[in-house]
Design a binder for this molecule. Structure first.
Ligand code: DAH
Length: 318
């Protein structure tokens, strides 16, 4: 609609000025109608655009602050679990899960805990009631560790296998600052031809450096688990004092983090039918507590904080 180069002026110049004299009247009439039409539409559009979408009334105070809807975030335990799993996924491990209610067979027997062996006492097991009539191996219990997933994974997949298994475990422990009857573990298993203790050391050294920083060193301390032979506890240099000794590492310079070892040939016997022949293959396994790693990483001194659902605690990890 601009006077100089507007489209209406251009039409006017081309059509009206160029029209033969006897047609000027008709052309002028039509051009006028076009002009009115355009002007009406522009006016209507302007009115629509300039009217507020919500009518300001006495009910609505548009100067009030909006409603804050905080975004949900990953729980610190889930966050650590995923971090650990991702370290091993990057090494080519796949991820498996198993049930939280297991028969005695998977939690104990197939992991080389013989019936009535005292090593079972270390596991503070919660049993499902009313199972007395069943054979011991069929009796259900709440899994005390993620190690039964090792057996399930080997029954599901022939060697070679590389798998990590994150999950929830249960123990008959009284809750205090460092114990919870429900907690989480990440299990690992690698079986192939010629897997050695050096492979175990290299893999876990790499994993600890990924999780706690490249400055940490690892050491393998002799230990015992029925399903590995030899077995070890993995310790890392205290990432707080660098090994000098402080409150966190109880002045030892070392922090104990997880259990591991070479898969005991007796465990392979339980999965031999799926190709696990202890004379031809070997493997290593490891298991770590997710709460413990998270507490060390973030300097949390009470495990109960993870389960109380206090947003003031949880939002610090968002
Ligand atoms: N299952 C053991 C526990 O909860 C931890 C563990 C130790 C797992 C050694 C392993 C392993 O796979 O090789 O106490």
């Amino acid at each position: 609609m601009a006077r100089k180069n507007g489209i209406l002026s251009q039409i006017n110049d081309t059509w009206l000025k160029g029209a033969p004299n006897q047609n000027k009247k008709d052309v002028g009439f039509i051009l006028n109608r076009i002009k009115q039409n355009v002007e009406q539409r522009v006016a209507a559009t302007l009115k629509f655009v300039l009217t507020p979408a919500i009518e300001v009334s006495s009910f609505l105070d548009i100067t009030l602050p909006g409603i804050h809807r905080p975004l949900g975030a990953e729980h610190p335990i889930i966050k650590t679990m995923r971090e650990v799993v991702n370290v091993f996924r990057a090494l080519g491990y796949s991820v498996a899960e198993g049930p939280e209610i297991e028969p005695d067979y998977y939690n104990f027997e197939a992991l080389n805990f013989p019936p009535n062996h005292p090593a079972r006492d270390t596991q503070d097991t919660l049993f499902v009631s009313g199972q007395e009539k069943k054979q011991q191996r069929d009796r259900l219990l709440l899994r005390t560790h993620t190690s039964p997933v090792q057996v399930r994974a080997m029954l599901a997949q022939k060697p070679p296998i590389r798998v990590v298994a994150p999950g929830k475990v249960h123990r008959a422990d009284t809750a205090d600052a460092t114990h919870s009857p429900i907690f989480h573990q990440v299990e690992g298993l690698a079986v192939d031809t010629n897997i050695t203790f050096s492979d175990l050391k290299g893999t876990l050294d790499h994993a600890m450096k990924s999780l706690f920083g490249s400055a940490v060193k690892t050491r393998f301390y002799p230990s015992f688990f029925p399903f590995t032979e030899p077995s070890a506890d993995v310790q890392i240099t205290c990432f707080k004092c660098g090994g000098k000794g402080c409150r966190l590492c109880k002045n030892s310079g070392w922090i104990e983090l997880l259990g591991c070892g070479m898969v005991d040939p007796n465990v392979f016997k339980f999965v031999e039918s799926n190709g696990y022949d202890a004379r031809k293959i070997s493997g290593f396994a490891f298991g770590m507590g997710v709460e413990r790693i998270t507490m060390l990483k973030y300097g949390i001194d009470d495990i109960q904080l993870f389960y109380q659902g206090d947003v003031r605690f949880l939002e610090q990890f968002a």
